[in-house]
Design a protein around this ligand. Structure first.
Ligand code: NAD
Length: 417
């Protein structure tokens, strides 16, 4: 079995973290138990490209227990947890990932995973899928489908679908309500601040925190930030999202104006060039900037480098740029996902639902491969509700059920006052 990781001696430490994650992921562990006997993924070869965290390890080992073989790479050069990669390698899983990979090494790792000749792909950001389409289209003959974990990846794949370029069916796991309304909102909302705290140890209370994008992630961030005393400013391009932010009680303004007053800036848009030269020039001395969107394009680092007369790493994941005007700007995690680069990513409890969606979607792709087209599919309402129901039950909550009379009333149009 081939693998390339940083240090296999970290395996024991990684295993303990995986054990901890398992104890926080009851939905996935229940499904693991259910599928260990039936092996619905028997015969499937899964190529995975997703952040190597303890939660991902629980998913990986669940897929194996459901009968799949797999090969794995990370989906971001700075998000791999080396002890988790070691624990997976020690468990005979072909894995090609380490913290601090160069761009060249990143694509080398994806290509190694593709040597495995998959029948299913699992992506976070669509880099592996895109690699199949651009470099190895012949592999698609054996691939019956793929899943996509994040908003940016789904946008990319829907664009490929519109251009009739998709070579196999995709399930947009991100768009499940039990994924994006929880993982992106509560997961990113909390873990992004965790990343900021680990790389700065600032107090958030009393800070002016500018959040770019009031979608799923931005909304969660604003709620968490204001909960610990931040004065939140939201920037948006979508009037409906901006209105929601205003009515949720946050100040809304253009980035040109927010740049002058913010203490901490967090981009969460999936769009490029959210913070550029003119913003850096206008920022207060000591401003902190970071990103939690999928790619490192939201903060224009070239602009920042060009404005700077010097830079140094002042803390782990925290670089101090001294501008020509004498002001200092602190860039966290090199503008990459701060929650995964500087902290541990989303808490296990919320990844429980996201990864249950991944597992069920891969099984669905196997079962329905004969009828699926080269399109991006949403997951079914049934799957969403099954996962929400299981999670609630395992959290110890019970809910009401419509009575027969209420069921009739729901669909009736003739009953008024
Ligand atoms: N850090 C993580 O672990 C994590 C988790 C989930 C998603 N993501 C990533 O975070 C990003 C956002 O995801 P989401 O689910 O919140 O997406 P979303 O589509 O729900 O929200 C994005 C918001 O950004 C706004 N926006 C776009 N361009 C903008 C601009 N120039 N200025 C201000 N606002 C702008 C959009 O109008 C939208 O409201 C994506 O890249 C996604 O892949 C990261």
């Amino acid at each position: 079995m081939e693998y390339k990781i940083k240090d296999i001696s970290l395996a024991e430490q990684g295993r303990k973290k995986i054990d901890w994650a398992e104890s926080r992921m009851p939905v996935l562990m229940n499904l693991r138990k259910e599928f260990a006997n039936t092996k619905p993924l028997e015969g499937m070869r899964i190529a995975g490209c997703l952040h190597v965290t303890k939660e991902t390890a629980v998913l990986v080992e669940t897929l194996i227990s459901a009968g799949a073989e797999l090969s794995w790479s990370g989906c971001n050069p700075l998000s791999t947890k080396d002890d988790i990669a070691a624990a997976l390698a020690a468990n005979n899983i072909p894995i090609f990932a380490w913290y601090g990979m160069s761009t060249e090494e990143f694509y080398w790792a994806i290509d190694k995973v593709l040597e495995f000749k998959p029948t299913l792909t699992l992506d976070d950001g669509a880099d592996l899928i895109f690699r199949v389409h651009s470099e190895f289209p012949e592999l698609s003959e054996d691939i019956i489908g793929g899943t996509e974990e994040t908003t940016t990846g789904v946008h990319r794949l829907r664009a490929m679908e519109r251009a009739s370029k998709l070579l196999y069916p995709i399930i947009a796991v991100n768009d499940a309500e039990t994924k994006s309304d929880f993982d992106n909102v509560y997961g990113t909302g909390q873990s992004t601040l965790d990343g900021v705290l680990r790389s700065t140890n600032i107090i958030i209370a009393g800070k002016i925190v500018v959040i770019a994008g009031y979608g799923h992630c931005g909304k969660g961030l604003a709620k968490n930030g204001s909960g610990i005393g931040a004065d939140i400013i939201v920037t948006e391009v979508n009037p409906i999202q901006a209105l929601k932010a205003a009515m949720d009680g946050f100040r809304v303004m253009k980035m040109d104006d927010a740049a002058k007053v913010g203490d901490l800036f967090i981009t969460a848009t999936g769009m490029k060039d959210i913070l550029v030269k003119s913003h850096f020039e206008n920022m207060k001395d000591g401003a902190i900037i970071c990103n939690t969107g999928h790619y490192d394009v939201e903060i224009n680092i070239t602009d920042l480098e060009n404005l700077a007369k010097s830079k140094r790493e002042i803390r782990e994941n925290n670089e101090e740029y001294t501008l020509q005007n004498g002001n200092k700007i602190y860039l966290l995690a090199k503008g990459r996902l701060v929650n995964l680069s500087a902290a541990e990513g989303h808490p296990s409890e919320v990844m429980d639902m996201s990864f249950a969606n991944q597992l069920l979607s891969l099984i669905y792709l196997k079962e329905k491969s004969a009828i699926l087209e080269k399109r991006v599919y949403d997951i079914s309402r049934e799957q969403d509700e099954k996962i929400a129901g299981l999670k609630l039950e395992l959290m110890g909550y019970q809910i009401d059920k419509l009575t027969e009379e209420q069921e009739k009333y729901k669909d009736a149009y003739f009953e008024g006052t």
